[in-house]
Design a protein around this ligand. Structure first.
Ligand code: GMT
Length: 385
């Protein structure tokens, strides 16, 4: 198949999932054309069958801002025509599925091409439900030839918020993990830069947006450090980083909290972790939890959104109410002080990540879905619909 993929190229989870999907599809021999503002980080170096087409939104003095959505639509149509794409697959509804809709309309007479929208989370739960975007998000989802969501929770939220599920079926295809790339590889040298052998290591990975509640990690570490010599490694960067740093100083644990910024190889940092902290306000799936599990790291997370579909309390970690610092600290302490429980959880984390969320099975589901959507599209066109 020839597939056009559009995503945000930055550190967000949706861009990571889209990139990993593109890599897996290319490895299976599909031609995958990324049509994005910049090359997604994980696509460099680029393997065979994977192409990149930059979208440049030209600005003009009259514009308040360059109309990226329009430039993207034009680029999608150009690439679809030139490379004879079979379908477009956009990740994150706003504005990608609106651009795909425009591209499909532009190509109606020359190269009819269906588009699939994958919903990731904040495109529905935050941005999509913002009244200024809701009508166009709803429109673009309903216009999509196929819609997928990364969790049952997100499907239900989309149905509820947009009231569309009677006429727009949403397929749940969960996020996945390349279990070869994501595995625990002990790295005593890296671990030693943060902790002594007897000091447990907590890790948090996010884009430090408010929704991730990174300051809760500092509060959890502060509570734990009353009983245990924990070290906390904060991976990533974003708007809440400065606040988290300030709080670590306020709590008197600045020497125990290590901000390492954005890291290209997350598995290396997860491999030194005893526990992952993911105290998010909302999380449609929680890719970081799955990545941690694949690296044998039990997860302490909020009981919110799609996280219960990823983390099984008592088996691969524990869940607590959003903001319940005390419960999260107690859960973490239990894992850190009970070696048998920790060992059991580590094994379960890896097993469940590989059994339920492995790339081979999930990417095969995307391939089957593509075929189904293409067939439906062809039938509809023949019927003149
Ligand atoms: O919050 C992020 O990390 C970015 C955001 C995005 O859309 O880029 O992530 C969402 O998509 C990820 C991949 O499907 C999910 O794992 C995250 O749970 C989801 N984030 C939220 O729902 C807050």
């Amino acid at each position: 198949m020839k597939i056009g993929i559009t995503c945000y190229s930055s550190y967000g989870g949706s861009g990571i999932v889209a990139s990993e999907l593109g890599l897996e599809l290319a490895a299976r021999g599909h031609d995958v054309h990324f049509i994005c503002a910049t090359l997604p980080l994980r696509l460099s170096p680029r393997p065979d069958h994977l192409y990149f087409h930059e979208v440049e939104a030209t600005n003009y003095t009259l514009f308040d801002a360059a109309p990226y959505a329009l430039a993207l639509a034009v680029r999608m149509a150009e690439v679809a025509l030139e490379y004879e794409l079979d379908l477009l697959h956009v990740h994150y509804a706003i504005p990608h599925s609106v651009s795909a809709f425009l591209a499909r309309e532009m190509l109606k007479e020359t190269r009819p091409v269906p588009f699939i929208t994958t919903l990731h989370g904040t495109d529905i739960t935050l941005v999509g439900t913002d009244r200024s975007y809701l009508p166009i998000t709803r429109f673009a989802i309903r216009q999509s030839d196929g819609v997928t969501a990364v969790s049952e929770y997100l499907r239900a939220e989309t149905c509820r918020e947009f009231d569309i599920c009677t006429d727009t079926p949403i397929e749940v295809i969960p996020n996945f993990i390349n279990s070869e790339a994501y595995r625990r590889v002990e790295n005593p040298a890296l671990r030693a830069t943060f902790a002594r052998d007897d000091e447990p290591v907590l890790v948090h990975v996010s884009n430090f947006r408010a929704v991730k509640r990174p300051t809760d990690c500092i509060r959890i570490a502060a509570r734990l450090s009353r009983h245990l010599p924990v070290q906390l490694v904060m991976v990533g960067d974003g708007p809440e980083r400065a606040q988290a740093q300030w709080l670590a100083r306020q709590k008197g644990i600045a020497d125990r909290v290590h901000f390492v910024g954005k890291q290209p190889d997350i598995a290396t940092y997860l491999s030194i972790a005893d526990v992952l902290l993911l105290p998010s306000e909302s999380e449609s799936f929680g890719l970081a939890a799955l990545e941690a599990m694949a690296c044998e790291v039990p997860v302490i997370a909020s009981c919110t959104g799609g996280l219960p579909e990823v983390v099984t309390p008592g088996e691969t970690g524990f869940l607590a109410e959003v903001g319940d610092i005390q419960a999260m600290a107690e859960h973490a302490e239990r894992i850190l002080t009970d070696a048998a429980l920790r060992a059991r959880m580590r094994t379960a984390c890896r097993r469940i990540a590989v059994e339920r969320f492995n790339a081979n099975d999930i990417v095969a589901r995307y391939e089957a879905y593509y075929t189904r959507i293409l067939d439906n599209f062809t039938v509809r066109r023949r019927g003149g619909a």
